[in-house]
Unconditional design. Structure first.
Length: 312
């Protein structure tokens, strides 16, 4: 083989060798990065796991007292707490001692008092979990499982601004009706072999009750925030008009954001950033119906935007 051919062959082999080395190193780096990503994911999942254990470390306190102590201006529950599972277990198992119609709103709900005096909001199952609601973003009923999913997304994102939510099955005949107020009891009807109720709300209709499977109804239970933290309601600056053919200002005015930034409470403090966080949260849960939001009362914009009513 001539010298020139040898040089060309060696050059080709050298290039192949270099590319092979680079490829192997990149693969090793990528594999190592993938392994680290997987380890980080498993660590995150382990930290998010909740054991629904009724035992409490603080034996002299009730789960409700512990949950009430968690609430501060910028979070509803702490990042890490061994009692979270015990509080959620109590929400699913504690005896219902009173049932009433829900607080004001557009959607059907019931206000329950659990053993120990804790208020919770019960939203009944209206659809199968995989049912797709067609139409406008605000069409259809609230979804009980959306409340449960939204609470866990709040934990994953590290916001800690959504009240605790669990799923629960209740027997309407034996658990609710015996302790129901006359106002709630008057909305119970029987459809076929199923016990149903339609409650009291803006869109509640006797012709559109929520029905159990026989007497057993699935729903979500949301922990009521402590009364020492009264809520203040605000109109969302990027809310819809809910009028056909009428656009909200933010939909046509390119200077709208600048105007909002000069308006209290968005001109200082964390509130505008909370609005942005909530927009991301709502996008992930598919909620385009947050026309109002709540914060703690008289906070001058310092407290968080509380993630309530996530069932759309």
């Amino acid at each position: 083989m001539k010298l020139k051919q040898r040089v060309v062959l060696l050059a080709i082999l050298l290039v192949i060798f270099i590319f092979t080395k680079v490829f192997l190193i990149d693969n090793l780096d990528t594999s190592a990065a993938n392994r680290e990503d997987q380890r980080a994911f498993h660590r995150m999942m382990a930290s998010l796991h909740i054991e629904l254990d009724p035992r409490l470390d603080h034996t002299l306190q009730s789960p409700w007292e512990i949950a009430a102590q968690w609430v501060v201006p910028r979070e509803v529950y702490p990042e890490e707490t061994p009692e979270l599972g015990a509080v959620m277990h109590a929400m699913t198992t504690k005896k219902i001692i009173k049932a009433d119609v829900g607080y004001k709103g557009t959607q059907l709900k019931a206000l329950l008092i659990l053993e120990g005096g804790q208020k919770v909001v019960f939203k009944p199952k209206r659809y199968a979990r995989d049912y797709v609601v067609e139409g406008e973003p605000y069409a259809g009923y609230d979804r009980h499982n959306a409340e449960v999913a939204a609470f866990h997304l709040d934990r994953i994102l590290g916001f800690r601004r959504a009240p605790l939510v669990v799923g629960r099955f209740v027997n309407l005949r034996t658990e609710i009706k015996p302790v129901a107020t006359e106002q709630l009891l008057g909305t119970f009807v029987t459809v076929g072999n199923n016990t149903c109720f339609y409650g009291k709300c803006y869109y509640c209709r006797e012709t559109e009750p929520a029905c159990a499977d026989g007497d057993i109804m699935e729903g979500s239970v949301t922990l009521w925030l402590p009364d020492v933290w009264p809520l203040q309601k605000h109109r969302h600056p990027w809310g819809r008009t809910y009028r056909e053919g009428k656009l909200a200002r933010w939909e046509y005015d390119e200077s709208y954001c600048d105007a909002v930034k000069k308006t209290s409470p968005y001109d200082s403090g964390p509130r505008l950033l909370d609005i942005i966080d909530t927009a991301i949260f709502d996008y992930l849960i598919g909620n385009a119906d947050r026309h109002h939001y709540e914060s703690f009362q008289d906070d001058e914009g310092a407290s968080m935007l509380i993630l309530l009513d996530n069932a759309k």
